[in-house]
Ligand binder design. Structure first.
Ligand code: FAD
Length: 458
C-alpha cells in the first residue's frame, strides 16, 4: 500500500513514525510531505513553550526509550501550578497538572521546538537516505485517478504523488479536510490570540525560586498571564540562575510566559512588537513580580528577553467523520491532529492528542491489514474504528476545556471577584484524580480494549 502523510508537524511526524513501527516498510511505502522548505521553520514561526501532558509523554515512549528520554530531559517536570489573582498576585490555590508518581510519566513544560525536533529528528534518522520525507511540498490539489482508483496529490511545485491512503496532518487550515467535509467545515477565529515568549531563566529566577510551584498563573480583570520554567529541572533553579554545563539545546535555562491578545481580526504575523507590548502594558504593566517584570522589559532590547509570538486561536464545529473513501471505494483520506479537531489551549492536550491519533490509527491499520487479505476493506474498517474510538474522547475534552476558556477573558470587578471565589472553592475541593481522564490514557491499551470489546482476536 502507498501511504502519504501531509504535514510534518507533531501529528505528521508521529504518524510517519507510528506507521513505520506498526506496519513496517516491507509491504508499504510511507511518505511525508511538508510545505515549509526548512524542516524547522514550522516551530520557528510558532516558537514558545507548551505543556505536554503525561499521556503525551507516554505516547512518545511507544516510539522508543531514546526519544522519550530526549523529550523528558529537555522539559521541566511540573506537577502543580500556583494560581494567583490580580496585580498584587494574591494566592488563590494550586492546581494539579499531573505527577509522575500518579501517571508513571511527568507533565512537562517544554519548548515547543524540543518536542517537534525530537520527532522530526527520529523520522529523518529512520528514513536516512531513502528520501521519503520531503520539504517544500505544499499541497495544491487532491484528485481521484480514474484508471487506478488511487488519489493523486499535486504540489504547488507541479510534482505529483499517488496514494491509496492519504493522512491529513496539515493542521488547523487543513487542505485534506476539504475532501472529508466537502469543504463544508472551516475553522473560525475566536477573536482571541494566544501570545507568549521565552526569556532567560535569569530574568525570572528571582521570582520563581521562592515559589511553592514555579509555574504561576495570574488571573486579573484584564485577562491572564502565566510564567514557568521551560527546560530545566527544578533543583537547578536558583535565584542567580546559574547555568549548568548540561544546559544546551532549545529550552534549556529558559522560562516561558504566555497570555492572551485581543484582536477582532487575525493579527498579522508581523504585528510590531511595540503594538503587542502596548496592549500587554495596558493590562499588566502595574503587576508586581514576574508579570510586570516581563511585560515592561519587552521590546526594550534588554538581553535575555525573547520576541513575542502570536498564536491565533480557532474553533471548529465537530466533524461528522474524520475519514472518507473515494466513490470507487479504493482510496481513502483520514485526518489526525488539528486537521481533525482543534484543541483549545486550555486543555493542554493538542500535541498529546495529535500523537495519540497517529498511534491509534497505525495500530488499527496493522490489526485489520494483518487480519484480512483485502487491503481496501481493511483500511476502511480501520478508519471507521479509528474515528469511533478517538472522537468521543477528543470531543469530551474539548467541551470541558472550552468551558474553562472563559476564565481568561476580560472581566468587570464583580465578575472577577465572583470568579476568584469560585476558583478558591474549586482548589479546596479538587483532587489529583481530576486529570485522570486525560492523563491516565494509554493508547495501546485503549486500542486493545476497543478491539476486544468488538470481539476481535488480538
Ligand atoms: C495559543 C495556543 C496554545 C497552545 N498550547 C498548547 C499546550 O500547552 N499543549 C498542547 O499540547 N497543545 C497546545 N496547543 C495546541 C497545539 O499547538 C496543536 O494542537 C498541535 O501543534 C497540532 O499539531 P499538528 O501537527 O496537528 O498541526 P501543526 O503543528 O499545525 O502542523 C501542521 C503541518 O502541516 C503543514 N501544512 C499545512 N498545510 C500544508 C499543505 N497544504 N501542504 C503541505 N504541508 C502543509 C504545516 O506547515 C505544518 O508543518 C496550543 C495551541 C494554541 C493556538
Amino acid at each position: 500500500m502507498h501511504i502519504i502523510v501531509i504535514g510534518a508537524g507533531v501529528a505528521g511526524c508521529s504518524s510517519f513514525l507510528f506507521l513505520r513501527k506498526y506496519l513496517g516498510t516491507e509491504r508499504h511505502t510511507i511518505r511525508l510531505f511538508e510545505s515549509y522548505t526548512n524542516p524547522l521553520d514550522t516551530q520557528n514561526v510558532i516558537g514558545g513553550g507548551l505543556s505536554l501532558a503525561p499521556n503525551g509523554v507516554r505516547t512518545i515512549s511507544l516510539l522508543g526509550v531514546g526519544i522519550v528520554q530526549r523529550v523528558v530531559s529537555s522539559g521541566f517536570e511540573c506537577s502543580h501550578a500556583e494560581v494567583r489573582s490580580g496585580a498584587k498576585g494574591s494566592k488563590l490555590g494550586r492546581i494539579y497538572m499531573g505527577s509522575r508518581a500518579r501517571y508513571g510519566w511527568p507533565n512537562l513544560l517544554i519548548h515547543r521546538a524540543s518536542v517537534h525536533e525530537a520527532l522530526l529528528a527520529e523520522a529523518l534518522s529512520q528514513d536516512a537516505e531513502d528520501g521519503n520525507i520531503q520539504f517544500g511540498k505544499k499541497v495544491a490539489s487532491i484528485e481521484r485517478v480514474e484508471e487506478t482508483g488511487q488519489l493523486q496529490v499535486t504540489f504547488e511545485d507541479g510534482t505529483a504523488e499517488r496514494a491509496d491512503l492519504i493522512i491529513g496532518a496539515d493542521g488547523v487550515h487543513s487542505k485534506v479536510r476539504d475532501l472529508v467535509t466537502d469543504q463544508e467545515t472551516r475553522p473560525e477565529y475566536q477573536g482571541l490570540t494566544g501570545l507568549g515568549g521565552l526569556v532567560d531563566l535569569s530574568v525570572l529566577a528571582p521570582y520563581l525560586a521562592g515559589a511553592e510551584d514555579p509555574c504561576i498563573m495570574t488571573f486579573g480583570e484584564k485577562g491572564w498571564f502565566g510564567v514557568a520554567p521551560c527546560g530545566i529541572r527544578r533543583e537547578r533553579i536558583t535565584a542567580d540562575a546559574k547555568v549548568s554545563a548540561e544546559a544546551t539545546g532549545p529550552g534549556k535555562n529558559e522560562a516561558m510566559w504566555w497570555s492572551v491578545y485581543s484582536s477582532e481580526e487575525v493579527p498579522p504575523r508581523d504585528t510590531p512588537q511595540s503594538v503587542i507590548k502596548a496592549q500587554l502594558v495596558s493590562r499588566f504593566g502595574d503587576y508586581e513580580g514576574a508579570v510586570g517584570r516581563i511585560v515592561n522589559a519587552l521590546d526594550t532590547g534588554e538581553e535575555g528577553i525573547g520576541k513575542v509570538r502570536l498564536l491565533p486561536r480557532f474553533t471548529m464545529p465537530f466533524l461528522k467523520e474524520w475519514h472518507k473513501t473515494s466513490e470507487a471505494g479504493k482510496a481513502s483520506v483520514v485526518l489526525v491532529g488539528d486537521a481533525a479537531h482543534i484543541q483549545p489551549p486550555e486543555s493542554g492536550q493538542g500535541v498529546s492528542f495529535a500523537m495519540e491519533d497517529s498511534a491509534a490509527l497505525a495500530m488499527l491499520l496493522k490489526h485489520y491489514l494483518d487480519a484480512n487479505d483485502n487491503a481496501v476493506k481493511s483500511v476502511q474498517q480501520a478508519l471507521s474504528d479509528y474515528t469511533e474510538l478517538r472522537k468521543p474522547r477528543v470531543e469530551a475534552i474539548i467541551l470541558e476545556a472550552l468551558s474553562r476558556a472563559d476564565h481568561k477573558k476580560e472581566k468587570g470587578p464583580w465578575e472577577k471577584w465572583a470568579m476568584d471565589w469560585v476558583m478558591w472553592l474549586y482548589f479546596k475541593t479538587a483532587t489529583e484524580a481530576q486529570n485522570d481522564l486525560e492523563s491516565k490514557y494509554n493508547v495501546e491499551e485503549a486500542v486493545r480494549s476497543y478491539l476486544q470489546a468488538k470481539g476481535k482476536k488480538i
